[in-house]
Design a protein around this ligand. Structure first.
Ligand code: SDX
Length: 429
């Protein structure tokens, strides 16, 4: 007899099945709870709720473990390019050379945006928010190739995935060029994914930007580290939209919007703004921490804390090491790294953070890498989105491929007025 959970409600006992995992959290199956008991569950922020079963990414928050399709993130960061990591996340396996070449060819074929789309950038002006532009343009892509909305088979899905991954990179570079009033640089067909992005970001018609090898290596690793992360806010949003059978582009555009918030992907911008404030105003890090611990201040130590990690975020550890490597190789220094190191040192010794198990997350050091590459601050969350695109696509695909998939439609605990009746305005107070 498989394990069950026992629940006693209003004097009656119920047995709820257990859903086994291959590793990590098992789940109590409450899919019949309301029909059997008349009750629903309540779990604000979904901290204890498994919204789905997934085979893509595994996190053990207590041990600081992160694996893509079973492969430890440390091995992926050390050995895989972003495209190899993306292929693993989307298709569930490390690609052979032939598979890699075929996918790279699709990325190359889809590197340029449809010519009429370039006109969109004329309308955004220099203050256009890059995340707003990205989300809008991803949805707009389907206007130029409606076939990607209705993939008929696996090869259609692979084409749409490559088109979306390649386009999102080109859109990001084009929106940057448009925002600084420079000509949009077309992609080159002799460059790999990351090198092409750097070319489109920093080359000019009269001057070719040639990235230092270290820069391309660092950006590949940055993007690979962001490729997927279980059911975070933006990925859950992608699955929510995908569950209505909306197309991959609409679902991922929704993911971009959810990522924008400062508690999620927008944190990498907020971290740098926090470090700049401390550095430029000469604030004492210890005094800043007192502010953070004073709830009335409303300040958070951005880049710290995580819903799942109650230990170091393994990505933060890798990115911290990469900061030192990159700054040394490029022979540059960044005063913000010193501020970040000091804040981490203070936090790791302070009961407020230790008791709440608040450690650096992926966003705490990532901005130092992007600054060293020359990515502007308002593009930081866009970089996160480019990195997370494979994870969003993989989760969209998992919903799309599931014959038993149902539309996501949570219940609620209603706490409003019970019943009252309409009165004419003359009788209202
Ligand atoms: C990402 O989910 C993912 O996987 C996301 C992500 C991914 O790859 O997709 O990993 C990417 O979004 C990383 C997180 C980036 N956000 C930030 O760095 C923003 C700062 N962090 C916090 O806002 C917060 O830690 C969250 C949002 C990340 C997590 O919030 P939770 O799980 O809702 O935690 P909580 O707010 O309930 O905090 C528990 C306690 C509270 O204090 P008490 O009420 O118990 O006294 O810890 C405190 C919080 O006030 N706390 C912080 C804090 N984070 C939590 N106090 C100061 N600074 C912080 N950063």
């Amino acid at each position: 007899m498989s394990e069950t959970a026992k629940l006693t409600l209003d004097g009656k006992e119920y047995e709820l099945p257990i859903i086994e995992s291959s590793v990590g959290d098992k789940g109590i199956d409450i899919s019949g709870l309301r029909a059997e008991t008349g009750y629903i569950t309540a779990d604000s922020g979904y901290g204890n709720t498994g919204s789905c079963q997934s085979k893509i990414t595994f996190i053990d928050g207590e041990k600081g473990i992160l694996r893509y399709r079973g492969y430890p993130i440390e091995e992926i960061a050390k050995n895989s390019s972003f495209i190899e990591a993306a292929y693993l996340v989307i298709f569930g396996k490390l690609c052979t050379q032939e598979e890699r070449d075929d996918f790279a060819k699709l990325l190359e074929q889809n590197a340029a945006l449809p010519q009429p789309m370039l006109k969109h950038f004329d309308g955004y002006g220099s203050d256009g928010q890059p995340m707003a532009i990205l989300s809008a343009m991803v949805n707009s892509l389907t206007a130029y190739d409606p076939s990607v909305m209705h993939p008929k088979d696996e090869s259609d899905v692979t084409y749409a995935a490559a088109n979306l991954m390649s386009s999102v990179r080109t859109i990001a570079a084009a929106s940057y060029k448009a925002s600084i009033g420079e000509p949009i640089m077309p992609p080159r067909y002799d460059m790999k994914y990351v090198e092409n992005f750097l070319h489109m970001m920093f080359s000019k018609p009269y001057h070719e930007y040639v990235p230092e090898p270290e820069v391309a290596v660092a950006l590949n690793m940055f993007l690979a580290l962001h490729a997927d992360h279980e059911q975070n806010c933006s990925t859950s949003t992608v699955r929510m939209v995908a569950s209505s059978q909306a197309n991959m582009y609409a679902s991922c555009a929704a993911g971009i919007t959810a990522l924008w918030g400062p508690l999620h992907g927008g944190a990498n911008v907020a971290v740098v703004q926090m470090l700049q404030e401390i550095q430029e105003e000469g604030l004492d890090p210890e005094k800043f921490m007192d502010l953070v611990k004073d709830k009335k201040s409303g300040r958070k130590l951005m880049g710290f804390g995580h819903r799942v990690y109650k230990n170091f975020d393994p990505r933060a550890k890798i990115l911290k090491g990469a900061c030192f490597d990159m700054l040394e190789k490029l022979n540059v220094s960044d005063p913000l790294l010193d501020v970040a190191l000091k804040l981490e040192e203070v936090a790791l010794k302070d009961d407020y953070f230790v008791e709440r198990k608040l450690y650096p997350n992926v966003d705490f050091y990532s901005g130092i890498i992007l600054r060293a590459i020359g990515i502007p601050l308002d593009m930081f969350t866009v970089m996160f989105a480019i990195g997370r695109m494979p994870g969003w696509i993989a989760n969209w695909k998992e919903v799309h491929d599931d014959p038993k998939a149902r539309i996501y439609r949570p219940r609620q605990i209603y706490t409003g007025e019970v019943e009252r009746h309409w009165v004419p305005r003359s009788e209202r107070s």
